[in-house]
Design a protein around this ligand. Structure first.
Ligand code: SF4
Length: 430
């Protein structure tokens, strides 16, 4: 999400006549797009802000901080670091163009208004790029007890389907082959338009169907989406994915924990049994599907038994991969005040066990695919070896194959010959 939004901000630079540089020494304006989801991300942002603030003593430029940390801390950021020229919260980003125009005149705007509604920006596309993100909804209504997102992103807002489809048309015209729909919880997408002819409301499976029909005759050959909340993944959505090969054979379905007691304390609003039921449905309808997840370990009150329940769930589902973290309290969320804080050393030891098990499962899952064929989208040249290309299967697994860089952006049928780490080595099948 952050990457897609940074790209959209980059578009604004270009539209307002600015050029982008990675060299801060040449920049007349430095923009830092921040994340608030973990304290480590905020600490890193403070480090970068301090670095640029120090540079401002010897060189004149504008320093702008935006994103979720800007939304969370607002003007208090400037009190802590007066070298910041603007703190643009998530609902002030629409004013970024005005900031750029003023900066081009060497001026600083005295204040920036907040927009009451979130405005979706079109994706920025590099020349020759063949993959793109398309935001379809924003914000979250779920209020998981550990999560800062609903406070910094606001309530759920869905994007007009016509704007989504128009963006797909534009991306197809520019040669894009794969699109990922983005949102904090894409499954709760819902668009109500009284002027819309036909059935009125449009939900997530309806949007997926509409999008698939729209791109079917174009060069876009793969559609993905992330991220999904288990309680909102409907049978109809599963049916749409199962019945249309345009949808990648991969679903990221955050489980967070395997203990019902902890899931309740996290306010996740499902049980382990319910999660496993969805997995069973997905596997029954789409046997070749690969699944990935997020796991949060060390939540307050977590016992050894709860950790075992999580390890059991992982053994049962056998995720292809997982993003695994230990709990860090986020100021302003209910979990901060919960009793039963787990000491850091214990959290780390538990997380290490979770990671070790996942590594084993990932290796076994991938090993079982050696010898099979897959269609891959060639994404880049290998940085390690001349004459090799990096590609991705529709189950979201990385592949290295020999080939010319002219093949980048093409779909290629390969045989997965062997496994090195978590990357397949493959040969093209003719
Ligand atoms: S569903 Fe995801 S984004 Fe929303 S509150 Fe829960 S963890 Fe945060």
């Amino acid at each position: 999400m952050n990457k897609a939004e940074s790209a959209a901000l980059e578009t604004q630079f270009t539209e307002h006549g600015w050029n982008c540089t990675d060299d801060p020494e040449r920049a007349d304006l430095v923009l830092i797009n921040t994340c608030s989801v973990r304290i480590t991300a905020e600490n890193r942002a403070w480090g970068r802000i301090a670095y640029h603030a120090a540079r401002k003593r010897s060189r004149k430029f504008f320093l702008v901080v935006t994103g979720c940390m800007a939304e969370r801390l607002k003007e208090s950021m400037r009190k802590k670091q007066p070298a910041i020229d603007y703190v643009l919260g998530n609902f002030q980003k629409q004013a970024f163009g005005l900031v750029l125009d003023a900066a081009a005149r060497g001026e600083r705007l005295p204040s920036i208004e907040e927009s009451p509604v979130f405005s979706f920006a079109a994706s920025h596309l590099e020349q020759g790029a063949f993959r793109s993100y398309v935001p379809i909804m924003h914000g979250c209504n779920n209020f998981c007890s550990y999560c800062i997102v609903p406070y910094v992103r606001g309530r759920e807002v869905s994007r007009d389907p016509e704007a989504v489809y128009a963006e797909l048309d534009a991306l197809a015209e520019r040669g894009v082959r794969e699109v990922t729909f983005l949102g904090q919880n894409v499954n709760s997408y819902r668009w109500s338009d009284p002027n819309r002819s036909g059935s009125g409301d449009l939900d997530f499976p309806g949007l997926l169907r509409g999008a698939a029909d729209r791109v079917r005759q174009t060069g876009i050959r793969r559609l993905r989406f992330m991220t999904s909340h288990p309680k909102d993944l409907s049978d109809e959505t599963i049916d749409v994915i199962a019945s249309d090969p345009l949808f990648a054979r991969h679903v990221h379905l955050c489980v967070q924990h395997g203990s019902d007691r902890i899931l309740k304390a996290m306010n996740r609003r499902y049980t382990k049994a319910y999660y496993l039921e969805i997995i069973a449905k997905l596997r029954e309808r789409i046997p070749e599907l690969s699944l990935s997840t997020d796991i949060l370990i060390g939540f307050p009150g977590e016992t050894e038994e709860d950790v075992e329940a999580t390890l059991d769930l992982m053994r049962e589902v056998r995720f292809a991969y997982a993003f695994m973290y230990h709990f860090n309290p986020r100021e302003g969320t209910p979990a901060v005040t919960l009793p039963g804080v787990i000491p850091d050393a214990v959290k780390k030891e538990r997380l290490a066990r979770v990671i070790a098990l996942q590594k084993e499962i990932t290796r076994e899952t991938m090993r079982s695919l050696v010898g099979t064929e897959a269609e891959v989208l060639v994404e880049d040249r290998s940085r390690r070896k001349e004459g090799e290309l990096l590609a991705r299967t529709d189950r979201d697994m990385m592949v290295v194959l020999p080939g010319e860089t002219s093949r980048i952006g093409e779909f290629v049928q390969v045989r997965l010959e062997s496994l090195r780490g978590v990357t397949f080595r493959a040969q093209e099948v003719f």
